[in-house]
Design a protein around this ligand. Structure first.
Ligand code: DHB
Ligand code: FE
Length: 290
């Protein structure tokens, strides 16, 4: 760790704490997990850890380093970051494997509900928002191919410097966060700017792990979406840009080939892309709203 903090690192620290606060407010609610499931999953998790200790013959020095690091994850407010980067992708897989509609991906730590609904289809952004303007058109349909009129697309993403509003300071509250209503044919048009590749915060406990293991901290540039329509399963996804070097080695393991866009250069310094969504019908125990 260097002693002088760059502007990026100073902002990154606050992102971790902000994500913890936001998660406390959000919670997914629902019934408490039954004791049998807590017991079964906790026992298996502990056994998996015991196996690692035996396999690698963990020393007391390494055990103490692990304890020190775990304490620090909490102190830095980085449990949401840690879990969303290294664990959530498996939870997402397990919970969506029954679907025949569009592929989803992890939510990550930076979703905020109730983003403004711009009349003109332009996501809230600064007057001089940096980045290549992006026009995105698409249609939301059912798995039967029926247009889902009145579907909602919530979009949030980092700016061209890799920062999320409400987590990095100095950005307008709803910058690059918007809620868009599809027309009666399920079609929508959204105007935004292309996000930049994003480095997970490097100055806290997650960064310590990355540095200590000699990994990298990059996620490819991505757009986050939640797509919903009455009677259909809520789809949480991320969309990626072809050619991004980190599509192959995303630290959060959240890229799927179906989620890579095919943007076209419009020839006037802007880019356009067509990408739609197919929503599965809701079942008794699937969430239909965020
Ligand atoms: C993290 C950030 C993201 O933007 C994301 O999509 C997933 C994880 C993170 O910093 O943990
Ligand atoms: Fe993200």
């Amino acid at each position: 760790m260097t002693e002088t903090r760059t502007e990026f690192e100073a902002r990154a620290a606050e992102s971790g704490a902000g994500a913890t606060e936001a998660f406390r407010k959000k919670q997914r609610g629902g019934a408490a997990v039954p004791a049998e499931r807590v017991s079964a999953m906790a026992r298996d998790a502990l056994e998996a850890i015991h196996d690692v200790i035996r396999k690698h013959q963990m020393t007391y020095e390494e055990y103490d380093a692990l304890k020190t690091w775990l304490i620090r994850v909490g102190e830095d407010g980085e449990w949401p970051l840690f879990l969303d980067v290294w664990v959530e992708h498996v939870v997402e897989d397990v919970n969506t494997s029954h679907r025949s509609g569009s592929k989803g991906s992890i939510e990550g730590p930076y979703y905020v509900p109730d983003a403004p609904q711009p009349e003109d289809g332009v996501i809230p952004m600064r007057e001089d928002e940096p980045g290549t303007p992006l026009t995105w058109t698409g249609q939301v349909t059912s798995t039967e191919g029926a247009p889902l009129g009145g579907a909602t697309v919530e979009l949030w993403h980092a700016d061209a410097n890799g920062f999320y509003s409400q987590y990095a300071p100095g950005l307008p509250e709803w910058n690059l966060r918007g809620t868009f209503l599809a027309d009666e044919q399920g079609r929508f048009t959204i105007r935004t700017v292309q996000p930049a590749p994003y480095q997970i915060p490097t100055d806290g406990a997650c960064g310590r792990l990355i540095a200590a293991a000699d990994w990298h901290a990059w996620r490819p540039a991505h757009l986050h979406v939640k797509v919903s329509a009455p009677g259909h399963e809520l789809l949480t996804a991320q969309l990626y840009f072809p050619g991004d070097p980190h599509n192959e080695d995303d630290i959060a393991s959240a890229v799927k080939p179906e989620l890579v866009l095919d943007p076209q250069d419009a020839g006037d310094g802007t880019v356009s892309v067509d990408y739609g969504f197919v929503l599965d019908p809701a079942t008794a125990d699937s969430p239909t709203t965020r």
